[in-house]
Ligand binder design. Structure first.
Ligand SMILES: C[S@@+](CC[C@H](N)C(=O)[O-])C[C@H]1O[C@@H](n2cnc3c(N)ncnc32)[C@H](O)[C@@H]1O
Ligand code: SF4
Ligand code: SF4
Length: 355
Protein backbone atom coordinates (compact mmCIF):
# COMPACT_ATOMS: atom_id res chain seq x y z
CA UNK A 1 0.00 0.00 0.00
CA UNK A 2 1.39 3.43 -0.89
CA UNK A 3 1.50 6.18 1.70
CA UNK A 4 -1.38 8.20 0.18
CA UNK A 5 -3.43 4.98 0.41
CA UNK A 6 -2.45 4.68 4.03
CA UNK A 7 -3.48 8.23 4.76
CA UNK A 8 -6.79 7.53 3.02
CA UNK A 9 -7.28 4.41 5.14
CA UNK A 10 -6.60 6.45 8.25
CA UNK A 11 -8.94 9.24 7.21
CA UNK A 12 -11.70 6.80 6.29
CA UNK A 13 -10.92 4.63 9.35
CA UNK A 14 -10.57 1.63 7.07
CA UNK A 15 -9.05 -1.35 8.87
CA UNK A 16 -9.59 -3.45 5.72
CA UNK A 17 -6.47 -1.84 4.31
CA UNK A 18 -3.81 -4.52 4.72
CA UNK A 19 -1.49 -3.96 7.67
CA UNK A 20 2.23 -4.12 6.93
CA UNK A 21 4.12 -5.60 9.85
CA UNK A 22 3.19 -8.04 12.60
CA UNK A 23 5.03 -8.17 15.93
CA UNK A 24 4.56 -11.48 17.71
CA UNK A 25 6.02 -12.32 21.11
CA UNK A 26 6.43 -16.09 21.00
CA UNK A 27 6.90 -16.52 24.78
CA UNK A 28 6.99 -14.51 27.96
CA UNK A 29 9.88 -16.22 29.78
CA UNK A 30 13.22 -14.50 30.03
CA UNK A 31 16.60 -15.17 31.60
CA UNK A 32 17.60 -11.49 31.90
CA UNK A 33 16.51 -8.97 34.55
CA UNK A 34 16.11 -5.72 32.65
CA UNK A 35 15.07 -2.95 35.03
CA UNK A 36 12.53 -1.50 32.57
CA UNK A 37 10.84 -4.79 31.67
CA UNK A 38 8.56 -7.13 33.62
CA UNK A 39 8.80 -10.29 31.49
CA UNK A 40 11.54 -11.85 33.62
CA UNK A 41 9.18 -11.78 36.60
CA UNK A 42 6.85 -14.22 34.79
CA UNK A 43 6.90 -17.98 35.31
CA UNK A 44 9.95 -19.74 33.87
CA UNK A 45 7.96 -22.89 33.11
CA UNK A 46 8.22 -23.63 29.36
CA UNK A 47 4.88 -25.44 29.56
CA UNK A 48 3.30 -21.97 29.65
CA UNK A 49 4.71 -21.05 26.21
CA UNK A 50 2.27 -20.88 23.29
CA UNK A 51 2.54 -24.10 21.30
CA UNK A 52 4.24 -24.26 17.91
CA UNK A 53 0.87 -25.34 16.47
CA UNK A 54 -0.90 -22.27 17.85
CA UNK A 55 1.84 -19.97 16.53
CA UNK A 56 1.74 -21.63 13.09
CA UNK A 57 -2.04 -21.05 12.92
CA UNK A 58 -1.51 -17.44 14.02
CA UNK A 59 1.14 -16.86 11.34
CA UNK A 60 -1.15 -18.39 8.69
CA UNK A 61 -3.95 -16.08 9.81
CA UNK A 62 -1.62 -13.07 9.65
CA UNK A 63 -0.72 -14.01 6.08
CA UNK A 64 -4.47 -14.11 5.29
CA UNK A 65 -4.71 -10.63 6.76
CA UNK A 66 -2.09 -9.43 4.27
CA UNK A 67 0.98 -9.39 6.49
CA UNK A 68 4.26 -10.05 4.69
CA UNK A 69 6.68 -8.92 7.35
CA UNK A 70 6.97 -10.57 10.79
CA UNK A 71 9.02 -9.47 13.81
CA UNK A 72 9.46 -12.27 16.35
CA UNK A 73 10.26 -11.26 19.90
CA UNK A 74 9.43 -12.14 23.52
CA UNK A 75 10.48 -12.74 26.36
CA UNK A 76 13.67 -14.23 25.08
CA UNK A 77 12.93 -16.17 21.86
CA UNK A 78 16.09 -18.30 22.05
CA UNK A 79 14.98 -19.89 25.32
CA UNK A 80 12.46 -21.89 23.29
CA UNK A 81 13.96 -25.20 22.24
CA UNK A 82 11.80 -25.15 19.10
CA UNK A 83 12.61 -21.53 18.17
CA UNK A 84 14.14 -22.51 14.82
CA UNK A 85 11.07 -24.63 13.97
CA UNK A 86 8.78 -21.72 14.83
CA UNK A 87 10.81 -19.40 12.60
CA UNK A 88 10.91 -22.05 9.85
CA UNK A 89 7.09 -22.27 9.97
CA UNK A 90 6.86 -18.51 9.42
CA UNK A 91 9.37 -18.61 6.54
CA UNK A 92 7.49 -21.55 4.96
CA UNK A 93 4.34 -19.39 4.94
CA UNK A 94 6.23 -16.79 2.88
CA UNK A 95 6.78 -14.29 5.69
CA UNK A 96 9.90 -12.12 5.75
CA UNK A 97 11.13 -12.74 9.28
CA UNK A 98 13.12 -10.63 11.74
CA UNK A 99 13.94 -11.66 15.28
CA UNK A 100 14.94 -9.71 18.41
CA UNK A 101 16.97 -11.27 21.21
CA UNK A 102 18.95 -10.35 24.31
CA UNK A 103 21.90 -12.28 22.86
CA UNK A 104 22.54 -14.36 25.98
CA UNK A 105 21.43 -17.77 24.74
CA UNK A 106 22.34 -17.62 21.07
CA UNK A 107 24.66 -20.40 19.85
CA UNK A 108 26.72 -20.81 16.69
CA UNK A 109 24.19 -23.42 15.52
CA UNK A 110 21.41 -20.84 15.95
CA UNK A 111 23.38 -18.26 13.95
CA UNK A 112 24.10 -20.66 11.08
CA UNK A 113 20.48 -21.82 11.04
CA UNK A 114 19.13 -18.25 11.02
CA UNK A 115 21.18 -17.52 7.90
CA UNK A 116 20.08 -20.78 6.26
CA UNK A 117 16.42 -19.97 6.99
CA UNK A 118 16.79 -16.58 5.34
CA UNK A 119 15.96 -14.52 8.43
CA UNK A 120 16.27 -10.93 7.23
CA UNK A 121 17.43 -9.23 10.39
CA UNK A 122 18.57 -10.24 13.85
CA UNK A 123 18.35 -7.49 16.47
CA UNK A 124 20.38 -7.85 19.65
CA UNK A 125 19.65 -5.62 22.61
CA UNK A 126 22.62 -4.11 24.41
CA UNK A 127 22.67 -0.98 26.57
CA UNK A 128 26.38 -0.62 27.33
CA UNK A 129 29.77 -2.14 26.62
CA UNK A 130 30.53 -2.02 30.34
CA UNK A 131 30.22 -5.25 32.31
CA UNK A 132 29.02 -3.34 35.38
CA UNK A 133 26.34 -1.34 33.58
CA UNK A 134 25.03 -4.34 31.61
CA UNK A 135 24.76 -6.28 34.88
CA UNK A 136 22.97 -3.36 36.56
CA UNK A 137 20.63 -2.53 33.70
CA UNK A 138 19.91 -5.94 32.12
CA UNK A 139 21.35 -8.51 34.53
CA UNK A 140 23.38 -10.05 31.71
CA UNK A 141 27.12 -10.65 31.16
CA UNK A 142 28.19 -8.24 28.45
CA UNK A 143 30.92 -10.57 27.17
CA UNK A 144 28.37 -13.28 26.33
CA UNK A 145 26.12 -10.77 24.56
CA UNK A 146 29.08 -9.33 22.62
CA UNK A 147 30.17 -12.85 21.61
CA UNK A 148 26.69 -13.38 20.08
CA UNK A 149 26.84 -10.02 18.32
CA UNK A 150 30.26 -10.83 16.90
CA UNK A 151 29.15 -14.30 15.68
CA UNK A 152 26.20 -12.63 13.94
CA UNK A 153 28.41 -9.90 12.44
CA UNK A 154 30.75 -12.58 11.02
CA UNK A 155 27.72 -14.38 9.56
CA UNK A 156 26.51 -11.09 8.06
CA UNK A 157 29.88 -10.64 6.32
CA UNK A 158 29.39 -14.07 4.66
CA UNK A 159 25.62 -13.62 4.13
CA UNK A 160 24.89 -9.89 3.71
CA UNK A 161 21.18 -10.70 3.29
CA UNK A 162 21.02 -11.44 7.00
CA UNK A 163 21.32 -8.00 8.56
CA UNK A 164 22.25 -7.43 12.16
CA UNK A 165 21.27 -4.50 14.33
CA UNK A 166 21.98 -3.46 17.91
CA UNK A 167 18.95 -2.22 19.88
CA UNK A 168 19.77 0.24 22.64
CA UNK A 169 17.28 1.32 25.31
CA UNK A 170 18.23 4.79 26.50
CA UNK A 171 17.98 5.58 30.23
CA UNK A 172 19.73 8.05 32.54
CA UNK A 173 22.38 5.38 33.15
CA UNK A 174 23.76 4.87 29.64
CA UNK A 175 23.91 8.36 28.09
CA UNK A 176 27.70 8.11 27.82
CA UNK A 177 27.48 4.64 26.28
CA UNK A 178 25.54 5.65 23.16
CA UNK A 179 28.47 6.90 21.06
CA UNK A 180 30.79 4.00 22.04
CA UNK A 181 27.99 1.55 21.13
CA UNK A 182 27.58 3.23 17.72
CA UNK A 183 31.35 3.04 17.17
CA UNK A 184 31.22 -0.67 18.09
CA UNK A 185 28.45 -1.25 15.51
CA UNK A 186 30.47 0.59 12.87
CA UNK A 187 33.58 -1.47 13.62
CA UNK A 188 31.56 -4.67 13.14
CA UNK A 189 29.82 -3.44 9.97
CA UNK A 190 26.33 -3.72 11.48
CA UNK A 191 23.64 -1.16 12.30
CA UNK A 192 22.34 0.30 15.55
CA UNK A 193 19.04 1.82 16.67
CA UNK A 194 18.10 3.69 19.82
CA UNK A 195 14.84 4.07 21.72
CA UNK A 196 14.10 5.80 25.00
CA UNK A 197 12.85 3.83 27.98
CA UNK A 198 9.02 3.85 28.21
CA UNK A 199 6.43 3.19 30.81
CA UNK A 200 3.41 3.34 28.48
CA UNK A 201 2.08 -0.19 28.19
CA UNK A 202 4.34 -1.55 30.95
CA UNK A 203 2.48 -0.64 34.16
CA UNK A 204 5.76 0.34 35.86
CA UNK A 205 5.56 4.13 35.68
CA UNK A 206 6.77 4.88 39.19
CA UNK A 207 9.75 2.54 39.06
CA UNK A 208 10.86 3.84 35.67
CA UNK A 209 10.47 7.48 36.64
CA UNK A 210 12.33 7.04 39.91
CA UNK A 211 15.16 4.83 38.72
CA UNK A 212 15.68 5.29 35.02
CA UNK A 213 14.29 8.63 33.84
CA UNK A 214 16.98 11.31 33.23
CA UNK A 215 16.99 14.46 35.36
CA UNK A 216 16.88 17.86 33.66
CA UNK A 217 20.70 18.07 33.73
CA UNK A 218 20.95 14.58 32.27
CA UNK A 219 18.51 15.46 29.49
CA UNK A 220 20.82 18.37 28.60
CA UNK A 221 23.77 15.97 28.46
CA UNK A 222 21.69 13.55 26.38
CA UNK A 223 20.80 16.37 23.96
CA UNK A 224 24.51 16.90 23.27
CA UNK A 225 25.07 13.19 22.61
CA UNK A 226 21.95 13.04 20.42
CA UNK A 227 23.28 16.05 18.48
CA UNK A 228 26.44 14.09 17.73
CA UNK A 229 24.48 11.01 16.67
CA UNK A 230 22.25 13.15 14.43
CA UNK A 231 25.26 14.79 12.74
CA UNK A 232 26.85 11.39 12.20
CA UNK A 233 23.58 9.93 10.90
CA UNK A 234 23.30 12.83 8.44
CA UNK A 235 26.67 12.03 6.83
CA UNK A 236 24.83 9.12 5.19
CA UNK A 237 27.68 6.72 6.01
CA UNK A 238 26.91 5.91 9.63
CA UNK A 239 25.75 2.65 11.21
CA UNK A 240 22.76 4.50 12.73
CA UNK A 241 19.40 3.12 11.62
CA UNK A 242 17.33 5.56 13.69
CA UNK A 243 16.35 8.51 11.50
CA UNK A 244 17.72 11.95 12.35
CA UNK A 245 14.23 13.28 13.10
CA UNK A 246 13.43 10.32 15.28
CA UNK A 247 16.62 10.75 17.31
CA UNK A 248 15.99 14.46 17.63
CA UNK A 249 12.65 13.83 19.41
CA UNK A 250 14.35 11.98 22.26
CA UNK A 251 15.32 14.85 24.61
CA UNK A 252 11.80 16.32 24.22
CA UNK A 253 10.29 12.90 24.96
CA UNK A 254 12.10 12.82 28.28
CA UNK A 255 11.09 16.42 29.10
CA UNK A 256 7.41 15.98 28.16
CA UNK A 257 7.28 12.37 29.39
CA UNK A 258 5.72 11.31 26.08
CA UNK A 259 5.59 12.02 22.35
CA UNK A 260 2.61 12.08 20.00
CA UNK A 261 2.95 12.43 16.23
CA UNK A 262 0.33 14.68 14.63
CA UNK A 263 -1.36 11.65 13.07
CA UNK A 264 -0.38 8.18 14.19
CA UNK A 265 -1.36 5.51 11.65
CA UNK A 266 0.28 2.64 13.56
CA UNK A 267 -3.02 0.94 14.48
CA UNK A 268 -3.65 0.61 10.71
CA UNK A 269 -0.20 -0.70 9.81
CA UNK A 270 1.15 -2.77 12.71
CA UNK A 271 -0.40 -5.90 14.18
CA UNK A 272 0.86 -6.32 17.74
CA UNK A 273 0.55 -9.64 19.60
CA UNK A 274 2.02 -9.37 23.09
CA UNK A 275 3.65 -12.00 25.33
CA UNK A 276 0.24 -12.99 26.74
CA UNK A 277 -1.08 -13.56 23.17
CA UNK A 278 -3.23 -10.43 23.32
CA UNK A 279 -3.64 -8.15 20.34
CA UNK A 280 -2.92 -4.49 21.10
CA UNK A 281 -3.49 -1.42 18.88
CA UNK A 282 0.19 -0.65 19.56
CA UNK A 283 2.73 -1.50 22.28
CA UNK A 284 1.56 1.40 24.45
CA UNK A 285 -2.15 0.64 24.48
CA UNK A 286 -4.21 -1.91 26.37
CA UNK A 287 -5.10 -5.27 24.81
CA UNK A 288 -8.29 -5.62 22.75
CA UNK A 289 -8.57 -9.42 22.89
CA UNK A 290 -6.70 -12.70 22.83
CA UNK A 291 -5.56 -14.59 19.72
CA UNK A 292 -5.77 -17.75 21.83
CA UNK A 293 -9.57 -17.28 21.75
CA UNK A 294 -10.25 -15.39 18.49
CA UNK A 295 -8.40 -15.16 15.20
CA UNK A 296 -6.11 -12.20 14.64
CA UNK A 297 -8.06 -11.29 11.50
CA UNK A 298 -11.33 -11.09 13.47
CA UNK A 299 -9.72 -9.03 16.22
CA UNK A 300 -8.15 -6.68 13.65
CA UNK A 301 -11.61 -5.65 12.44
CA UNK A 302 -13.34 -5.98 15.84
CA UNK A 303 -15.36 -3.32 17.64
CA UNK A 304 -12.64 -3.13 20.29
CA UNK A 305 -9.96 -2.28 17.69
CA UNK A 306 -12.33 0.18 16.06
CA UNK A 307 -12.87 1.89 19.42
CA UNK A 308 -9.11 2.02 20.07
CA UNK A 309 -8.52 3.56 16.63
CA UNK A 310 -11.23 6.14 17.32
CA UNK A 311 -9.48 7.00 20.59
CA UNK A 312 -6.16 7.45 18.74
CA UNK A 313 -7.77 9.59 16.03
CA UNK A 314 -9.09 11.88 18.75
CA UNK A 315 -5.54 12.27 20.12
CA UNK A 316 -6.39 10.04 23.09
CA UNK A 317 -3.48 7.58 22.95
CA UNK A 318 -0.79 7.73 25.63
CA UNK A 319 1.82 8.64 23.01
CA UNK A 320 5.19 6.95 22.62
CA UNK A 321 8.54 6.98 20.88
CA UNK A 322 8.76 3.23 20.39
CA UNK A 323 11.27 2.82 17.59
CA UNK A 324 9.42 -0.11 15.96
CA UNK A 325 6.33 2.11 15.50
CA UNK A 326 7.60 5.66 15.16
CA UNK A 327 10.95 5.31 13.33
CA UNK A 328 9.09 4.72 10.07
CA UNK A 329 8.89 6.82 6.90
CA UNK A 330 5.07 6.79 7.02
CA UNK A 331 4.92 8.28 10.53
CA UNK A 332 5.09 12.05 10.18
CA UNK A 333 7.42 13.64 12.71
CA UNK A 334 7.42 17.36 13.46
CA UNK A 335 10.35 19.37 12.20
CA UNK A 336 12.98 20.43 14.70
CA UNK A 337 15.15 23.55 14.27
CA UNK A 338 18.52 22.56 12.83
CA UNK A 339 17.25 19.24 11.51
CA UNK A 340 16.59 19.52 7.78
CA UNK A 341 13.77 17.72 5.98
CA UNK A 342 13.65 14.14 7.19
CA UNK A 343 15.77 11.56 5.44
CA UNK A 344 13.04 9.09 6.38
CA UNK A 345 13.17 6.50 9.10
CA UNK A 346 13.43 3.15 7.47
CA UNK A 347 15.19 1.37 10.27
CA UNK A 348 18.00 0.88 7.76
CA UNK A 349 21.47 2.38 8.11
CA UNK A 350 24.00 3.21 5.40
CA UNK A 351 25.69 -0.10 6.29
CA UNK A 352 22.48 -2.00 5.56
CA UNK A 353 21.83 -0.59 2.11
CA UNK A 354 22.81 -2.80 -0.79
CA UNK A 355 26.02 -1.45 -2.34
C1 LIG B 1 10.88 -6.67 25.08
S1 LIG B 1 12.45 -7.04 24.39
C2 LIG B 1 12.16 -8.67 23.75
C3 LIG B 1 13.31 -9.31 23.01
C4 LIG B 1 14.53 -9.65 23.84
N1 LIG B 1 14.23 -10.24 25.09
C5 LIG B 1 15.39 -8.43 23.97
O1 LIG B 1 15.56 -7.93 25.07
O2 LIG B 1 15.89 -8.00 22.93
C6 LIG B 1 12.53 -6.02 22.92
C7 LIG B 1 13.19 -4.68 23.11
O3 LIG B 1 12.39 -3.87 23.93
C8 LIG B 1 13.21 -3.13 24.81
N2 LIG B 1 12.42 -2.77 25.99
C9 LIG B 1 11.91 -3.59 26.93
N3 LIG B 1 11.23 -2.88 27.86
C10 LIG B 1 11.30 -1.58 27.48
C11 LIG B 1 10.80 -0.36 28.04
N4 LIG B 1 10.10 -0.33 29.15
N5 LIG B 1 11.07 0.78 27.38
C12 LIG B 1 11.78 0.79 26.23
N6 LIG B 1 12.27 -0.33 25.67
C13 LIG B 1 12.05 -1.50 26.28
C14 LIG B 1 14.34 -4.10 25.10
O4 LIG B 1 15.51 -3.47 25.60
C15 LIG B 1 14.57 -4.73 23.76
O5 LIG B 1 15.49 -3.96 23.00
S1 SF4 C 1 15.88 -9.40 27.80
FE1 SF4 C 1 14.10 -8.58 26.75
S2 SF4 C 1 12.33 -9.70 27.51
FE2 SF4 C 1 14.07 -10.13 28.87
S3 SF4 C 1 13.80 -8.78 30.56
FE3 SF4 C 1 15.14 -7.78 29.07
S4 SF4 C 1 13.83 -6.60 27.70
FE4 SF4 C 1 12.54 -7.99 28.87
S1 SF4 D 1 0.88 5.32 21.67
FE1 SF4 D 1 2.45 5.57 20.12
S2 SF4 D 1 2.13 3.98 18.55
FE2 SF4 D 1 0.33 4.10 19.89
S3 SF4 D 1 -1.07 5.39 18.73
FE3 SF4 D 1 0.02 6.71 20.19
S4 SF4 D 1 1.83 7.48 19.12
FE4 SF4 D 1 0.96 5.77 17.93
Amino acid sequence: MTDPDLLEAFLRDDPQAPPRTAFVNILKRCNARCRYCTDWRASRDPRGDPSRKLLRALFADLVELGIADLVVSGGEPFLRRDVLDVLADAVALGLAVRVISNGSALTRDHVDALARLGVGRVGISIDSLSETRMRELRGLPVKRVMASIEMLAAQHRDNPAMRVSLFVTVTRHNIDDLLPLAAYAEKLGISIQFQPVHWAGTGTEQEILEELWPTAAEVDRLAVVIGELVSWQQTGTSPIASSDRYLAQMPGFFVNRTFRPARCTVAYTDVVIDQDLNMRPCWSMDPVGSVARETASRLWTSEQMRAARAQIRKGGCPGCLYSCHINKPHVELPSIPGIPESRGGEGVSALDRPV
